[in-house]
Ligand binder design. Structure first.
Ligand code: TGC
Ligand code: FAD
Length: 395
C-alpha cells in the first residue's frame, strides 16, 4: 500500500498552546515528528495485516515515551503530567495501538513497579523498561471478570519456601505476546489482591495471541496463562494490597487515554476539513454545504472543550489534587467525543472513508477498544454517578 504524506496540523481554536510551556511544545514537536516519520507511513499496512510493528518498542524508549513521569534515577523522564498527556495525544494521533503500547509500559508496568515495588525490583526492571530493551504487560482482566476485577480467580499459594505457585488466566492483555515481563494481579492465600511480576521463560507461563480483532489491529493482544508457575517471593510487589493497587495504575493510564483519544479525533477532524475543501460535488466543495459545516463546527467545538478539560486535568495531576472520578469523567468524555468525530469524519469522506487511503476508519475502529478498555463507557458513567450522588449503582 502506498504511504500517504502526513501533513497533520493541529486544531487549536482557543489558543490552548498559550497554556503550555516551551518544554511542552518541544516534546510535542518531537513526538509529532516521530509519528509523521516512523508511524504514519507504515501503520496502515501493519493494521491491515494485523501485525505489531516491533521496531516501535526501541523507538518509543529512545524518544522517552516509556515512563515519562518516572524519576530519572530509574531511567524515566522526570517530566510532568501535561508532558505525558501530550505524548499520548501525539502517539494516538498516529494510532491508538501505538499509544496503547506506551501507556501500558509506562502507567501499567513501570508505574506499579515504581510506586509499589522494592528498591531491588525498581533497579532490576525500570531502566530496561524505560529504554525499550524489555516490554511489559498488565494482567487484570480475566475471562469471567472484566468490569468486576474484585471477583478474580487467579491466585498464588505460599510454598513454604522462597517461592509461590501461581495459577489462573488473564485475557485481553495488550503487549502480552511480545512481553518479557507481566505485572499480574492475583489473590494470595488470605484472598488479598497483590501484584506479582512474572517473567517470560518461567515454566508453565504462556501468552497465546488473540486473533481476529477488527480493532487495534496493529497492537498485539493476548492471554496470560499460569499453570502451576513457580515464582520467587521477591517478585511480589511489597507495598500494596487490595484492588486499589491495580486501580491506582488505571487512574494513570486512563489519564493518558483522555489525551490520546483526542489525538485520534484531531487527526480525523484535520482530514475531514481538508477533504471537504478539495472534494467537489454539485459544482462546489462539499465543505460549502451547511450539513458538512455543521459536522466540522461540532467536531472542532468538542475537540476544543476536551483540550481544555485535559489541560485542567493535567494541572490537577501535577498538583496531586486529582480524584479518580475526575479522571473517569475525562476518559469517558474523550472516548465519546473521539468516537463521534471519527464516525462523522468517515461519513464526510464518502466511499473513500472506508479505505486505507485515509486513517479515519482505522481510528474509528480502534476507538471501539479504547471506549471499552480501562473501564467501559458505562463503568465510567457509574463512577461519576456514584461520585455525585454518594450512591453505588454497581452492585
Ligand atoms: P471499590 O470497592 O470501589 O474499590 C476498591 C479499592 O480501590 C480504591 N479505588 C481506587 N484507587 C485508585 N484509583 C481508582 N481509580 C480507584 N477506584 C477505586 C477504592 O478506594 C478502594 O480502596 P480501599 O482502600 O477502600 O480498599 O471496588 P469495586 O470492586 O466496587 O469496583 C469498582 C469499579 C467497578 C469502579 C472498578 O473495579 C473498575 O474500575 N472496573 C473497571 C475495570 C477496568 O478498568 N479494567 C481495566 C483492565 S486494564 C486495561 O484495560 C488495560 S488496556 C491498556 C491499553 O491497551 O491501553
Ligand atoms: P464486561 O465486564 O463483561 O461488560 C459487558 C457489558 O456490561 C459492558 O457494556 C459493560 O459496560 C456492562 N456492565 C458491566 N457491569 C455493569 C454494571 N455494573 N452496570 C451496568 N453495566 C455493566 N485488560 C487488562 O487487564 N490488561 C490489558 O492490557 C487489556 N488490554 C485490552 C486490549 C483490548 C484490545 C481490549 C478490547 C480489552 C483489553 N483489556 C485489558 C480488557 C478490558 O479492560 C475489558 O474488556 C473491560 O474492562 C471490560 O470487561 P469485559 O470485556 O469483560 O466486559
Amino acid at each position: 500500500m502506498a504511504a500517504k504524506t502526513d501533513n497533520f496540523q493541529s486544531p487549536d481554536y482557543f489558543n490552548v498552546d498559550d497554556l503550555l510551556t516551551e518544554e511542552h511544545k518541544l516534546i510535542r514537536e518531537s513526538v509529532r515528528n516521530y509519528v509523521k516519520k516512523e508511524i504514519s507511513p507504515i501503520i496502515e499496512d501493519y493494521a491491515q495485516r494485523a501485525a505489531f510493528p516491533q521496531q516501535i518498542i526501541k523507538q518509543l524508549g529512545d524518544l522517552g515515551c516509556f515512563g515519562p513521569t518516572v524519576s530519572e534515577q530509574y531511567g524515566g523522564g522526570g517530566l510532568d503530567y501535561i508532558s505525558y498527556g501530550i505524548m499520548m495525544q501525539e502517539l494516538e494521533r498516529g494510532d491508538s495501538g501505538v499509544r496503547s503500547t506506551a501507556s501500558v509500559q509506562g502507567s501499567l508496568v513501570m508505574f506499579p513497579i515504581y510506586q509499589y515495588g522494592s528498591e531491588a525490583q525498581r533497579n532490576k526492571y525500570l531502566p530496561k523498561l524505560a529504554s525499550g530493551e524489555w516490554l511489559g504487560c498488565f494482567g487484570l482482566t480475566e475471562p469471567n471478570h472484566g468490569s468486576d476485577p474484585a471477583g478474580m480467580l487467579t491466585n498464588f499459594k505460599d510454598n513454604g519456601d522462597e517461592t509461590v505457585t501461581l495459577n489462573g488466566a488473564k485475557m485481553w492483555i495488550s503487549n502480552a505476546p511480545f512481553s518479557q515481563i507481566a505485572v499480574v494481579w492475583a489473590k494470595d492465600d488470605a484472598g488479598d489482591v497483590k501484584g506479582i511480576i512474572v517473567e517470560r521463560g518461567m515454566k508453565g507461563f504462556t501468552t497465546p495471541t488473540t486473533h481476529s480483532k477488527w480493532s487495534l489491529r496493529a497492537s498485539a493482544t493476548g492471554e496470560l496463562v499460569f499453570d502451576n508457575v513457580i515464582v520467587p517471593k521477591e517478585n511480589i510487589l511489597p507495598n500494596v494490597k487490595g484492588l486499589k493497587g491495580p486501580l491506582g495504575c488505571l487512574t494513570k493510564a486512563r489519564y493518558g487515554i483522555a489525551w490520546g483519544a483526542i489525538g485520534a479525533a484531531m487527526d480525523c477532524y484535520h482530514i475531514a476539513l481538508e477533504y471537504s475543501k478539495e472534494r467537489v460535488q454539485f459544482g462546489k466543495p462539499i465543505g460549502g454545504f451547511q450539513l458538512q459545516q455543521k459536522k466540522l463546527a461540532e467536531m472542532v467545538t468538542e475537540i476544543t472543550k476536551a483540550q481544555l478539560l485535559n489541560w485542567r486535568l493535567g494541572t490537577l495531576m501535577n498538583e496531586g489534587k486529582v480524584t479518580p472520578a475526575q479522571v473517569s469523567m475525562a476518559k469517558r468524555n474523550a472516548c465519546e467525543v473521539a468516537t463521534n468525530i471519527c464516525r462523522d469524519a468517515r461519513q464526510m469522506l464518502g466511499g473513500m472513508g472506508i479505505t486505507g487511503e485515509y486513517p479515519v476508519m482505522r481510528h474509528m475502529m480502534n476507538l471501539e477498544s479504547v471506549i471499552t478498555y480501562e473501564g467501559t463507557h458505562d463503568i465510567h458513567l457509574l463512577i461519576t454517578g456514584m461520585d455525585i450522588t454518594g450512591l453505588n449503582a454497581f452492585k
